[in-house]
Design a protein around this ligand. Sequence first.
Ligand code: FAD
Ligand code: DHB
Length: 389
Amino acid sequence: MKTQVAIIGAGPAGLLLGHLLKAEGVDCVVIERQTPDYVLGRIRAGVLEQITVDLMARLGLDERLRAEGLVEEGFNLADGERLIRIDVANLTGQTVVVYGQTEITKDLMDAAPARGLPVIYGAEDVAVFDIETDAPYVTYTLDGAPQRIDARFIAGCDGFHGPSRKAIPASVAREYERVYPFGWLGILADVPPCNHELIYANHQRGFALASMRSHTRSRYYIDVPLTEKIEDWSDDRIWDELAIRLGPDAAANMTRGPSIEKSIAPLRSYVFEPMRHGSLLLCGDAAHIVPPTGAKGLNLAASDVHYAAHALTHYFKRADNDAIAGYSAKALARVWKSERFSWTLTKLMHRFPDDGPFERAMQVAELDYIASSTAAQMSIAENYVGLPV
Ligand code: FAD
Ligand code: DHB
């Protein structure tokens, strides 16, 4: 098979890129290892920046998002007794939208056949070759039969563990990494949220986040040491811990119910440079990971895809190579700012095992400053809604 862009991975990055390229008349194929059900079963991000909403609108695939997404005008930082509201809408004139990653993925997946976007699921042993030439290709196995796709470019949208990033030679690569000493234990339950806006809490027992997917479905997180096993966390134990960490007001409004999903996700900050080598462009988690505090992961994947789609479209429609050449620097400039914000918010809202009284005093001072300063709130708000692309 021959195509212009072979896209590896049918997560949000790969599907968004596929649709954007198709909409511009660029030929592409998406190759995914898992089944559609498996991809949709992964419960991940929940808060969309304007860039992500805008891309769905540009594709005309935002009907359900507009109907079902919850527009959030602010969010809260809780610290002991105090609740600091960041009035995102008034500070920035923008909002974020609560709409699950699974819903975005489903919308993109469902629209693929009608838009002529081929998505090959169940592709095993995906490998990329000749990325330093103008004729790279992808091989994989489908139902036991070897397959090959020749392309002009390969887009590596295959997440943190995919093969694309590993195809870039170590001699040209630079990795930056920070691993955190805790993970987020998440619970999804069909109960109404305890608050109409998100609450990020820094309690002496640890971090907690009250989030949601709809008026009837809640998503909560607590941080736990990486040594914890999910089997040791009954639903009751999670609800009890949430009630303590989120504080009495949130606890009073919290409806408990059976979990429909619970899992522990490790936290990591990671950046791989460059995001393009030869004919291979990396997008999303394939190139970078942020800790989830601040909900940047999915949105960063969307901004990468925005730049990548622009670069690839210019190449094919205007024979212009400059945007391809500039892709890595352009994407990384925004990636690093989101890395900074996610790291800062993680440091502010979590109790690190090695932290002493000084580090705690710094957190309290920072939260005091945020509570009293419109400038500080503005800085948080503009990062939360997403920096310009
Ligand atoms: P992915 O969603 O990882 O998609 C990559 C795709 O590539 C997958 O479908 C995968 O199956 C496929 N793939 C992998 N290997 C291969 C291969 N060899 N061949 C073919 N296909 C392959 N962000 C937030 O903002 N908030 C959150 O609460 C949050 N929670 C998260 C929880 C977990 C457990 C994880 C892992 C991430 C979480 N994130 C969260 C981050 C966010 O979900 C990601 O940033 C987002 O999914 C990135 O999209 P992506 O398309 O780049 O990567
Ligand atoms: C959610 C996840 C986040 O990481 C975050 O900062 C806010 C919300 C969520 O899954 O709802």
